[in-house]
Design a protein around this ligand. Structure first.
Ligand code: SF4
Length: 465
């Protein structure tokens, strides 16, 4: 396939380039085209200088100093930018932390015997979490322990006192906690106003942002940004950490393994199901059901060799690191997977899902299936996921995909022959095990200068970058 320079400019990935070229040749719209049509994007919006917080707005601040320097209420550029930024933090923290609430609630249901569809897969991890939280794992049976851990986690979401979150106190290093407190003390004495950094309640810090950024409340850029930091810590060391820890308890702690990645993992001979979104609660079940003999036989009856589950984005990552399920791509490849013409069904839950998938999937035989009560996609098929009917729901989705295999249009199929090998499953436990049970070898290598440092890179890519 000849790839044009314009296509090459969109992505460095050879698999994406092939599908983007195919899309360009066939006039199929993708995120890159829609972004192009948005150009030039609003300069006030890009700088965060447009305020729509109250009905007197929208107000805009002239960045060149020639026009208005204050909103109608008198809010300055710094106030408007800070309010806008922390509302973005509130949105992100709400999404990630709400994700964490779900496994915490599920763990409680498992512990109380109200959910028979899931179980505790890693009791050792549960004991380790309990010990960190100051519980005595040896004194309780595993269900009592699960209930106690779930209650502490859920309390961190909704508690009303001024105490720092239990998970933050249990997991953040002592020095870090002291540093955060010192920063809060310094900010308070500088501003003569109480400023907190340590989070009191995961939900509360998000609500606090929505309150203080409402019309006529907090106008101090420093005070606003400090609250953004507080909500971010509540998410990173609270909600998101709870999600990781409890998911490991229910679904197993990832182990280091090799896996395949990129669009080439879509298999022409098999029924392909793309799992896209963020949460592992349904995707774990789909993997379990799709790999059953019953579904393999059903697929063979339809003329396929079997059922091929591939991941996309974070739901894909959850099943990649726990089961080595191949990952077809990141956020930017969700449309490209459908354009291969070989995807029978794309199943989504929440976050990072383009609404454009509905229209695109109608150009192919692909079923676009939404499953979350929090996320509707006009043009999709909605199969409501319920945790106490998880097996039933997963079976319905996998069957729907298999029955769609015969609707493929062979002339529309093009799968790039590009896969990459990846090493995945780097949970804290797996890293420590690889180091011989202690971080000392890594610390020694850093101290000696053999390793310059360690970075974590989080997040999908973006056609603007
Ligand atoms: S809060 Fe102030 S700056 Fe924002 S829209 Fe209202 S009047 Fe304009």
């Amino acid at each position: 396939m000849k790839i044009s320079e314009a296509t090459k400019a969109k992505s460095v990935d050879p698999a994406s380039q092939e599908i983007l070229q195919l899309a360009a040749d066939q006039d199929i719209e993708t995120v890159w085209n829609r972004l192009e049509k948005q150009q030039p994007q609003c300069g006030f919006g890009e700088l965060g200088l447009c305020c729509r917080i109250c009905m007197m707005g929208p107000c805009r601040i002239d960045p060149f100093g020639e026009g208005a320097q204050k909103g109608a209420c008198g809010a300055t550029a710094d106030t408007i930018v800070a309010r806008h930024l922390i509302r973005m933090i509130a949105g992100g923290a709400a999404a990630h932390s709400d994700h964490g609430r779900r496994p915490a609630l599920l763990l409680k249901e498992i512990a109380e015997g109200h959910n028979q569809e899931y179980r505790i897969t890693d009791p050792e991890k549960l004991k380790a979490i309990a010990a960190r939280l100051g519980l005595s794992p040896e004194d309780c049976d595993i269900k009592e322990l699960a209930l106690a851990v779930a209650d502490i986690a859920l309390n961190d979401f909704g508690k009303q006192d001024e105490e720092t979150l239990a998970f933050v106190k249990a997991y953040a290093p002592k020095k870090r906690l002291e540093r955060w407190q010192k920063i809060a003390d310094n900010l308070s004495s500088m501003s003569e106003k109480t400023i907190g950094i340590l989070p009191r309640g995961i939900d509360r810090e998000i609500v606090d942002i929505m309150h203080r950024t409402h019309f006529g409340v907090d106008h101090g850029p420093l005070s606003l940004i400090a609250q953004g930091v507080r909500a971010a810590i509540g998410d990173g060391w609270g909600g998101s950490l709870i999600a990781t820890e409890i998911q490991d308890v229910i679904f197993g702690t990832p182990k280091i393994r090799e896996a395949n990645a990129n669009l080439g993992v879509i298999d022409k001979e098999q029924v392909n199901i793309v799992i896209h979104g963020h949460e592992p609660v349904l995707s774990e079940k789909i993997v379990e059901i799709a790999t059953s003999d019953k579904m393999a036989q059903l697929a063979q009856k339809q003329g396929a060799k079997g059922v091929n589950i591939v991941g996309m984005c974070c739901s894909g990552n959850e099943i990649l690191m726990r089961h080595g399920v191949p990952i077809a791509g990141n956020e930017l490849q969700q449309e490209l997977a459908i354009i291969t013409g070989a995807v029978e069904l794309i199943c989504v839950d929440v976050q990072c899902i383009f609404p454009a998938l509905a229209e695109l999937s109608q150009c192919f035989h692909t079923h676009f299936v939404a499953t979350s009560d929090q996320a509707a996609f006009p043009g999709s098929t909605h199969i409501q996921f319920e945790e106490n009917k998880a097996n039933l729901c997963a079976e319905k989705i996998v069957t729907m995909a298999i029955e769609n295999f015969s609707n493929r249009k062979p002339e529309k199929i093009y799968i790039p022959a590009v896969t990459n090998r990846a090493l995945v499953g780097f949970s804290v436990e797996a890293i420590l095990e690889a180091l011989g049970g202690t971080p000392e070898p890594l610390l020694d290598a850093i101290k000696s200068g053999a390793i310059k440092g360690v970075v974590g890179i989080v997040g999908c890519n973006n056609p603007k970058v």
